[in-house]
Design a protein around this ligand. Structure first.
Ligand code: BES
Ligand code: MN
Ligand code: ZN
Length: 511
C-alpha cells in the first residue's frame, strides 16, 4: 500500500484477528506452527495426526531438523480440519525460544506464505505461562506485520507484489489465552505497521522524498494520529539561529525543514518529557567532501532516523502513552552546490557554539546539534537521538547491531533494555572523555570531525555538546537501517530500525 492510500485508512482497526479456537476449527488456508529442535511430534496435540504422521516421519528421518527458519510444509489429511496445509517452521532450541526468536520466525513464515500467495494464514502461539503470553503475542503480531512491507513500490505490471495474506494469531491455550492477549496482538500489529511506514519513507528515492516532501508525509503520518505538528521553514530556522542546519542545506536548491511533533496528553504529568530527535538527510552526497560513486545511491536512506521518530510519534499517540513526547526532525539534502558549506568554514549553532567544518560529509551531527538544542528549548527532560551517523559504527558493530551511546548510565541502560525487548539489537560504546581532544579546533569551539580513530565515539562526543547536560542517548543506526543482504526474516532494504524502541520507551517511565 502506498503512503497516500494509507492516510485515509482507519488507523486503529488492526486487520489481524486473534483466535482461541481449536487448531482444527481455525478458518485459514495455512496454519503455521513454530517448532523447536528438541521437541517430540506430540508436543502440539493433534498436528502430527492431522498431517497423517508426516511431521513425526520427517523429524525421525531428520528431513526436518527445526533449525531456525527451516520450513517444512505438510498437507492436512484429516478431513475435519479447516486448514488444508500446515507449515512447520524451525525455531531453534526451546531454551532460547522467546519474543526475539518468535518475532523473526513469524516474519520468516509470513514471507513464505506471502510469496506463495496464500490468502489466510494462522500463526500458532504455542502454550506458555500466562505471564509470558502478552509479550509473545505482541512479538508474533509484530513479526507477521513486518512481512507486509514491500520495497518495490515503483514496480509496474507483472512485477507487482503479491497481496498480503490476512493473518490470525491462534492461541493454542484456547479462548482464555486469546482474550488475554487480544490487546497485545493489536499493539504488535500497530507497532509493526508503524515500522513499515518508516521503511517506506526510508526506501523512497531522494528525487521524490525531498525535505519538503518528507515533512509533508511525516506530518500526515503523525498528524492523523492526533500528534500536533509544526514544520519550520528556513526563515524560522534563521530566527532561531540554526546555523548548523542552515549551513548544511546551503549546498542544495531544496530548502531545509524542521519538523516538530508534540504529543501532549492532558492527563500526563508535566515531566518527564521525552525528546526524540532524528536525522533527516534525504540525500547525503557528502557535499563538497563528495562521497565516492560506489554505494552513494544508498544515501537516500540517510533520513531513516528521522522517519523512525515521525513513525514512533504516530505509535505513541495511537497507543496513548502516559507521558509527554516531543519529536524533532531536522531535514535537508547534503549537496555540493555553489553556495555549499566548504571545508574550513565556520558555522554558528543555535546554542551559540561555533563549529569549524573540516569535512562536509559529517553533516548529520551538525543538523542534530541544532535539533538537540531545540528539543531542550521546547522542554524535553530526556533526550534520544537516532541517526545513520557514521561508517565507523558499521566497522565496529556490523550490520545487525546499532551503536548505543549516552549519559547517565541509568538512562542508557533503560534504553538498552527497551531496545533489546523491542527487537532492535543495540550495544553500548564508551564516551571516552580523552577523545574529545580530537574535536579541538584552532579557530572555533570545535571541529565537526575527529579523524578516523573511534569515529563513532567522536561523533557521539560532538552531539553531547548540544545536550545541555540532560539525560541523553544516541543510537547510531548507520549499519542497521538498511539490510544489504536478505535474511529469512528481513528482506534487502530498509529495516524500520528504532521505531518500536522509541515507541516503547514512552511506556517505560514510572509516572
Ligand atoms: N550518512 C553518513 C554515514 C553512513 C555511512 C550511513 C555508511 C550509512 C552507511 C554520514 O553522514 C557520513 O558521511 N559520515 C562520515 C563521517 C566522517 C566524514 C567523519 C563517515 O562515516 O564516513
Ligand atoms: Mn555524510
Ligand atoms: Zn549522512
Amino acid at each position: 500500500m502506498t503512503l497516500t492510500e494509507r492516510s485515509s485508512a482507519s488507523p486503529t482497526t488492526p486487520p489481524m484477528i486473534c483466535s482461541g479456537a481449536p487448531l482444527s476449527k481455525v478458518e485459514v488456508d495455512l496454519l503455521v506452527v513454530p517448532w523447536c529442535e528438541d521437541e517430540s511430534p506430540q508436543s502440539v496435540a493433534g498436528v502430527d495426526a492431522a498431517t497423517g504422521g508426516e511431521l513425526g516421519r520427517a523429524l525421525a528421518a531428520r528431513e526436518f531438523r527445526a533449525c531456525a527458519y527451516e520450513t517444512f510444509p505438510a498437507g492436512v489429511t484429516e478431513a475435519s480440519w479447516h486448514a488444508r496445509r500446515v507449515l512447520f517452521i524451525g525455531a531453534g532450541k526451546s531454551a532460547l525460544f522467546g519474543g526475539e526468536t518468535v518475532r523473526k520466525v513469524a516474519t520468516a513464515a509470513a514471507l513464505w506464505a506471502k510469496q506463495r500467495r496464500i490468502p489466510r494464514v494462522g500463526f500458532v502461539m504455542r502454550e506458555l505461562p500466562r505471564e509470558a503470553a502478552a509479550e509473545m503475542a505482541q512479538a508474533i503480531a509484530e513479526g507477521l506485520t513486518l512481512a507486509e512491507f514491500d520495497g518495490g513500490s515503483y514496480k509496474t505490471g507483472a512485477n507487482e507484489a503479491p497481496a498480503v495474506p490476512a493473518w490470525t494469531v491462534v492461541a493454542a491455550g484456547g479462548e482464555d489465552v486469546a482474550s488475554l492477549v487480544r490487546a497485545a496482538v493489536a499493539r504488535g500489529w500497530l507497532l509493526g505497521d508503524c515500522s513499515n511506514l518508516s521503511r517506506a519513507l526510508a526506501n523512497e528515492p531522494g528525487n521524490t522524498l525531498t525535505p519538503r516532501e518528507f515533512a509533508r508525509r511525516a506530518s500526515v503520518i503523525a498528524g492523523e494520529a492526533g500528534v500536533a505538528v509544526d514544520v519550520l521553514d528556513e526563515e524560522r530556522m534563521a530566527q532561531l539561529g540554526m546555523g548548523l542546519l542552515l549551513g548544511v542545506s546551503r549546498g542544495s536548491t531544496e530548502p531545509a525543514r524542521l519538523m516538530v511533533f508534540r504529543y501532549d496528553p492532558p492527563s500526563a504529568p508535566a515531566t518527564p518529557v521525552l525528546g526524540l530527535v532524528g536525522k533527516g538527510v534525504t540525500f547525503d552526497s557528502g557535499g563538497i567532501s563528495l562521497k565516492p560513486a560506489d554505494g552513494m545511491d544508498r544515501m537516500k536512506d540517510d533520513m531513516a532516523g528521522g522517519a523512525a521518530v515521525a513513525c514512533a510519534m504516530r505509535a505513541i499517540a495511537l497507543l496513548k502513552a502516559p507521558i509527554r513526547v516531543i519529536g524533532i526532525v531536522p531535514t535537508t539534502e547534503n549537496m555540493p552546490g555553489g553556495k555549499a558549506v566548504k571545508p574550513g568554514d565556520v558555522l554558528k549553532s543555535a546554542s551559540g557554539k561555533t563549529v569549524e567544518v573540516i569535512n562536509t560529509d559529517a553533516e548529520g551531527r551538525l543538523i542534530l546539534g541544532d535539533g538537540l538544542w531545540y528539543a531542550q528549548q521546547l522542554g524535553a527532560t530526556h533526550l534520544v537521538d537516532v541517526a545513520t551517523l557514521t561508517g565507523a559504527i558499521v566497522v565496529a558493530l556490523g550490520k545487525g547491531t546499532s551503536g548505543l551511546f549516552g549519559t547517565p548510565n541509568e538512562w542508557v541502560e533503560q534504553v538498552r533494555r527497551v531496545a533489546n525487548r523491542a527487537g532492535d539489537r543495540v550495544w553500548p560504546l564508551p564516551m571516552v572523555e580523552e577523545y574529545r581532544d580530537q574535536l579541538k579546533s584552532e579557530i572555533a569551539d570545535m571541529t565537526n570531525t575527529g579523524g578516523r580513530p573511534a569515529g563513532a565515539i567522536t561523533a557521539a562526543l560532538f552531539l553531547q555538546e548540544f545536550t545541555g547536560g540532560l539525560p541523553w542517548v544516541h543510537l547510531d543506526v548507520a549499519g542497521t537501517a538498511w539490510a544489504e543482504e536478505a535474511k529469512p526474516y528481513l528482506p534487502k532494504g530498509p529495516s524500520g530500525v528504532a521505531v518500536r524502541t522509541l515507541a516503547e520507551l514512552a511506556f517505560s517511565f514510572e509516572v
